[in-house]
Design a protein around this ligand. Sequence first.
Ligand code: ATP
Length: 293
Amino acid sequence: SNIFFRPIEKINAVIESYPKGIAGFKRYLEIIDTEPEIADSKNAVEFESVKGDIRFENVSFGYESSRRILSDISLSVRPGETVAFVGPSGAGKTTICSLLPRFYEVEEGRITVDGVDIRNVKLQSLRKHIGIVQQDVFLFSGTIKENIAYGDLSATDEQIWDAARRASLEELILTLPDGMDTVIGERGVKLSGGQKQRLSIARMFLKNPPILILDEATSALDTETEALIQQSLAELSVGRTTLVIAHRLTTIKNADRIIVVNTDGIAEQGNHEELVAAGGIYSRLHQVQYSHS
Ligand code: ATP
């Protein structure tokens, strides 16, 4: 399921009420960047630079008070580490990741980034340091360039092209009638799922956050697109703490660490070889799902 469903819904509501064009676009960005979904506490701090050390300490959470989704979860991720969350549908992988940008508040326990409880950080500052790549990427009616620049409004043309290149979008852009200035979205050129994903990756190269959350697509893409996306994502995650809600075997195998989540919480952790050798849940999942590959 899509984690960011609620915030995205909100963004769409805001967008529809705003005029098209760059002025409207900037205005709208200011709104989504500042809209206080959760009020900052009085002594909330701003992050200056973030190394990307993440800890969940005895975190419990439910969307409704009557139903706990996460009970007493603890985990830590080192700066620059790539961690893949795997496990059955509904286990809570997406929920874990959605607590980090504070789309929801923990009920018990705490989450820290570089040792600071995220409730004591200004929401805008926290989110500035977290990049999200997901399959239902949000695009607005505007040019490719504007859509990429959404990652950083002050970006120069050169930086935008560089981001496009690193996200394997250059070739596509060069074949479009107006290149970077081609209008996409409802009134323009429709992008495929894979193209949209690469566009969201380009945004992240511009945004350059120290922490990444990748909500990996479950939908099938052709092999070539798939390879391009994998390659761009691998490059994007270098030097960033990366949490992946993982569905693809290559992503899982290449992760520094795999965290197996089931309805009881975190069941096992380790890299691919370790978990296969351990003969637990992961090794059984692996046998059932991937015995053909
Ligand atoms: P999948 O692999 O299918 O994406 P997941 O492991 O990511 O699953 P979550 O999406 O975190 O699982 O869902 C965990 C539980 O929380 C599920 O029972 C789900 O129905 C419930 N849930 C998820 N989002 C919400 C929400 N916004 N409101 C209420 N319940 C929710």
